[in-house]
Every structure is written in C-alpha cells, then in structure tokens.
Design a protein around this ligand. Sequence first.
Ligand code: NDP
Ligand code: OXD
Length: 306
Amino acid sequence: MRVLYYSADLDSAAWIPGLQAALPAAHVELWEPGAVAADYAVVWKPPQQLLNEQTQLKALFNTGAGVDALMKLQLPTGVPIVRLDDAGMSVQMAEYVCHAIIRHFRELDGYEADTAQGTWSYRKPRSRLDFPVGVMGLGVLGQRVAQAVAHFDFPVNGWSQSPKSIAGVQCFHGREQWDEFLASSRVLVCLLPLTPDTTDILNARSLSLLRPGGYVINVARGAHVVDADLIAAIDSGHLAGATLDVFRVEPLPPEHAFWTHPKITLTPHTSARTLRSESIAQIAKKIAALENGQPVAGLVEAGRGY
Ligand code: NDP
Ligand code: OXD
C-alpha cells in the first residue's frame, strides 16, 4: 500500500515518520509532482495538481476538521473524503471557549487593568442567567463546547442544520429558527463549517438580533464574519466585544483594524490545534477499517460542503 502526505502548513519531517510507524506495512512518502499512484493521500490544503494526478486513491484524508480548503478544489468523484473527527480537538476547543466566556463574564480584563495600576476595586457580580450562550454548529466540536459551557451553569442554546436533542442545551435548527436562536443568545460562539450557506453569516443583521451587550467568539473560520459589521456593532455599543481566533486572511494583515481594537481579543488560529500523534493514530485506524471494508466516522458529504 502507498500513502502520500502533503501539507501546505504542517511539518512533513515529523508527519511522514509518524505515519510510517503507524502503518508499517505501507510505503509512506511526501507527495511531489509526478509521484507514483498511491492508495491513500493524507493532506492539508493540497494543490489541485495532486488530485489531478492521483487517480487511484481509495480515500483522501484531511488533517484538519474543516474541509473548506478542499471544497474549493475539483474533487475526484467517488473517492471518500475523511476529515479529522475530534482527534483531541474538542477538549481544546472547550477550554478555549470557556476561557473566553469566563474572561468576559467575570470582567477579568478589567481587573487586570485595575491591578496593573495598583487599584484594589470590586465590580458588581453579574448573573449568568443574563449571559445565555448560543453555540452555532452542534457537531463534534460544538456539542463538546455547549456541554462544557453548560457545566458553568450558563443557559446554553445551540443551532444546527438538522434538529438535535442535547441534555442541558436548548436546540434550534435551520434558517426558520435562526432569528429566535440569536434573540435568545447574548454570547455567540461560532463553530460552523465554512460553506456557501455560512459565509458572512455574522453580519449587521444577525449581530443586531443578539441581545444588547452581546459578545462574539469566532473559532471556526474568518469568512463567517463580515469584519466591518462586527466592528460597527461593537463601536455602536450593541456588542461588548469579541474574541477571534480565525480571520479571512491569515496571518491577519498588520494593517487590519482587529489588531488594535480595544474590545477585540485575538489569537493566531490556535483554539484547537491538529495534534500529530492523535491524528496519525486516527487516520491509521481508519485506513485499516477501509481496507477491511468497515465504515469510518468523519466522512465528508461533498454535496453539503462539510
Ligand atoms: P461538524 O461537521 O462535526 O459540525 C458542524 C455543525 O455545523 C453541525 O452541527 C452542522 O449541522 C452545523 N451546520 C453546518 N451547516 C449549517 C447551516 N447551514 N446551518 C446550521 N447549522 C449548520 O464539524 P466540527 O464540529 O468538527 O468542526 C466545526 C468547524 O470548526 C470546522 O469546520 C472548522 O472550520 C472549525 N475548526 C476550527 C479550528 C480552529 O483551530 N480554530 C480547529 C478545528 C475546527 P448538522 O449537525 O445538522 O449537520
Ligand atoms: C481545522 C483547523 O479545521 O485547524 O482542523 O482549523
């Protein structure tokens, strides 16, 4: 069996030996133009040329949860596309989002500013009932985040494409319940895949429907947010601020207004990192399952874009 590896970002020097160790019977190599036909390709943001040339693939593995970069390519028909299914990301996402919510809710930035000035002062305790959290996307990551947030006794709403029933989460679905979901939420967490339906979904209209004093946490993809609309909603006072991990252009260009906005906290696309050993173990297990004709989790439905 031949396995090809290609990544626009990740370190092939570590991934290739890792995959080779997990698949001792296979020959694993870095994809180069003109490579011999392989059975499987393990990729992150591959060039179209790889897909055009590799016509014998039994499956294409994406070394991330989001497949939006793959969806921009001409994909081979009939070849299963398998994305990472958690692989250690959901716990990272839960800790990042809970941290962002709690930092905002407990006004920890304000305390930090006070103590930096040598000021010992209290802020009035706030009720978590006044901070309902809405999680957009109730998939592998969104469900874990929603449940983690619910453990801190915040009211939690969730929104997905299809109806769901999740303990401790008031579930909404579809465009018909979108406005109601937003109006019921004050803190909004985006964990949607980026598809044509979800691009620009956080815009002037949707942000205006959030409860006053709203707060946005985007940990999915930058193109969910209309940047100027988010800044306008914060500057108007309707929103209290935002924590952003993902951006339309990454790295975020130095001149972008997000860098210096006093009410925006940003991090460099790090809320849930692809963990190499967990990911390799998951991919190797799935290759073994596919070789044995067994089903695997994380199959992408190209028609719906995730
Ligand atoms: P899943 O595919 O498991 O979940 C996606 C969820 O979004 C599902 O609940 C789905 O609904 C819902 N959804 C999709 N389209 C719509 C729509 N049009 N309207 C309403 N709901 C919709 O994905 P994951 O949870 O694994 O990952 C989510 C995203 O997080 C990834 O696509 C990626 O972009 C991002 N990500 C970011 C990382 C970072 O470091 N910042 C790291 C990892 C992922 P339904 O359940 O009904 O299908
Ligand atoms: C992913 C990511 O999609 O890291 O896995 O953003």
